[in-house]
Design a protein around this ligand. Structure first.
Ligand SMILES: Cc1cc2nc3c(=O)[nH]c(=O)nc-3n(C[C@H](O)[C@H](O)[C@H](O)COP(=O)(O)OP(=O)(O)OC[C@H]3O[C@@H](n4cnc5c(N)ncnc54)[C@H](O)[C@@H]3O)c2cc1C
Length: 462
């Protein structure tokens, strides 16, 4: 059923115009225009990979789509900060089919434009004996999901594939099918694809409220005015809980800052993405080496009154992972929350996100560990540092759900440190959910309702 037919059916109204009058909603205001009489667009919130891929997928079959991004361009938050590893191995069992499909979609997208895609595989280095059972478990999970190419290698086998790894290590888990890319370029490609398919992209426009009527989402308020919608996809990263709260939904997300550095260009050393306990890396085509904090990353969180929301999840999680979590009281944010008398008002969503502090100590330690395994990196100078916000969930699994409360409100968030990989398939899912109300992909494990019961702790921090 088409979006506007579903909207009318849900309230039992004869026409879109009649419904607009009854709900008191103005038709589109500001510079965003409706494309056809009675054709309410799918509104997408967020110009990261989730939003861009959703807009592209929904516009492709001809749906009217409007994407709002509060920043002045795509990929200014999570999607522009990613290391750029398109990793299939190492996912939770429930995520494997999505990751595999996403990698295929990334491969297909490379036919359309360049985003520095390199299909060099991904390697999880093992530097200590006690890491072996964890990697064995990950290999078993991969095989169960049909990813039989994932295997454990000893150090000699690793060096055959990566001759630069001459330093000491014990072996690695290896997936030859994984890839890497420049994440902002990948997001831009999907933004262009959405535009080409007819989606309207509004940068610099913040969504301030979701509007519900008769148990359905029927529009949004934005800083450019109010717009009616047949469905609203929220792909707003760490800010999703603020938007969801405007229709009374609790979405448990804890934002944490993950740090990265990039070195000066060095000679080509490796084309595989690397992940290990305490370090992660990839070498860009221009020779620069991107370094992240890897498995069980050390991350930072600014404590404020917002942490009282969902304390029942976070307290246990913070205690279990206390070695990985650097907490600091965020006085400025707390004052803002007191001023707005709310911890989740959309006024607290920054129009332009401030630059986040990179934890230089942890990324230099990661570079140090990487240089032990690949000694030719010793002495490589770091020339860029950054921190990015990660949307962590209590159980470490994403939230991908089209039936969270009011109809017509697909939510995608909680993608943690590996959501960039999934982006293209998340776009397909969100498009299905907004246009058809259902998707053929299995997203049962990612329902928001799972947090009403007992919540499992993840095995790793990120
Ligand atoms: C340091 C770091 C390294 C990472 N490395 C990897 C990696 O190697 N591989 C991988 O797969 N993943 C990685 N990730 C995770 C990945 O970046 C994210 O999971 C993914 O980019 C999330 O995409 P998104 O579109 O859902 O969210 P985002 O990219 O955060 O996009 C959300 C967008 O919504 C906008 N927005 C929010 N609220 C509003 C509003 N009210 N109105 C309008 N717009 C709004 C924001 O401005 C933002 O642009 C990494 C993350 C970080 C921080």
């Amino acid at each position: 059923m088409a979006v506007d037919q579903r909207v009318q059916a849900s309230c039992g109204l004869g026409s879109a115009q009649a419904r607009a009058t009854q709900t008191g909603l103005a038709l589109v205001t500001g510079r965003i225009q409706r494309t056809a009489e009675g054709d309410f667009p799918v509104v997408v919130i967020g110009g990261g990979i989730t939003g861009a891929a959703t807009a592209a997928a929904a516009a492709a079959p001809g749906a009217s789509v409007v994407l709002f991004e509060k920043e002045d361009g795509p990929a200014r938050e999570g999607s522009g900060c990613a290391q750029g590893s398109l990793r299939v191995q190492g996912h939770h069992g429930a995520e494997f089919p999505l990751a595999q499909e996403a990698l295929q979609l990334w491969t297909d997208a490379a036919e359309e434009g360049d985003f520095d895609l390199v299909k060099g595989g991904n390697r999880y280095f093992r530097t200590k004996e006690d890491e072996l059972p964890i990697l064995q478990h990950l290999v078993e999970e991969a095989h169960k999901a049909g990813l039989t190419q994932v295997q454990l290698l000893d150090a000699a086998q690793v060096r055959e594939i990566m001759p630069a790894a001459t330093g000491p290590f014990l072996g690695a888990m290896w997936s030859p099918v994984d890839a890497q890319c420049q994440s902002e370029k990948g997001t831009e490609l999907y933004t262009r694809r959405a535009e080409k398919a007819g989606a309207q992209i509004a940068f610099g426009v913040k969504v301030t409220k979701l509007i519900e009527s008769c148990g359905r989402i029927i529009g949004v308020d934005t800083t450019a005015g109010r717009i009616q919608a047949g469905a609203v996809v929220v792909g707003a990263g760490v800010w999703t809980p603020y938007l969801a709260k405007t229709v009374g939904l609790d979405v448990p997300i804890m934002p944490v800052v993950m740090s990265e550095l990039e070195t000066e260009p060095v000679k080509p050393l490796f084309e595989q993405a690397i992940r290990a306990f305490g370090f992660g890396s990839r070498q860009r085509r221009n020779g620069k080496v991107v370094v992240s904090v890897g498995l069980n990353a050390k991350v930072a969180h600014g404590v404020s009154l917002a942490d009282l929301n969902g304390l029942r999840y976070w307290l246990t999680r913070a205690m279990s992972f206390r070695k990985n979590l650097k907490v600091k009281f965020d006085l400025a944010r707390t004052i803002e929350q007191l001023r707005h008398r709310s911890t989740l008002s959309t006024d607290l969503i920054p129009h332009v996100s401030p630059e986040l502090t990179c934890d230089r100590k942890v990324v230099h330690s990661a570079l140090g560990r990487l240089s032990t395994v690949i000694p030719e990196l010793q002495g490589a100078k770091a020339t860029r540092y950054w921190g990015g916000l990660v949307d962590m969930t209590p159980d470490g699994l994403p939230i991908i759900d089209g039936h969270v409360g009011p109809e017509g409100l697909p939510l995608i968030t909680g993608l943690a440190g590996h959501g960039f990989t999934l982006g293209p398939v998340l776009g397909e899912i969100a498009s299905d959910l907004s246009l058809d109300g259902a998707t053929k992909r299995d997203i049962e494990s990612f329902r928001l309702a799972r947090y009403q019961g007992k919540v499992d702790q993840p095995e790793m921090m990120i």
